[in-house]
Write a new protein. Structure first.
Length: 95
């Protein structure tokens, strides 16, 4: 089983949200439907812009906490290293 750390945004360079899950597709779907968290619902943060797989829940959780503590500019750089156009990666999860 894989575990994932992910970053959501409401638009390019917009509001960011960092989370972790063991069911990425369902968790992002929940965010998009307004059931993910109060923060994402309030700020319209539904675009999956970055994701990283981990072997254990502990390593995913640790990575999430580390990224949450980062400066905003570091998070933006992390996103843009693999997704410079801030495409919604959720659209490619089922392919």
């Amino acid at each position: 089983m894989a575990f994932y750390v992910y970053i959501l945004a409401n638009r390019k360079n917009g509001t960011l949200y960092v989370g972790h899950t063991d069911d990425l597709e369902q968790r992002i779907f929940d965010h998009r439907e307004g059931r993910g968290s109060v923060f994402t619902r309030k700020h319209g943060v539904t675009r999956l812009v970055w994701v990283e797989a981990h072997d254990t829940r502990e390593s995913a959780k640790w990575r999430e906490y580390r990224i949450k503590a980062w400066k905003r500019s570091w998070k933006i750089r992390l996103i843009e290293e693999t997704n410079p156009r801030w495409d919604d990666l959720y659209l490619s999860l089922n392919q």
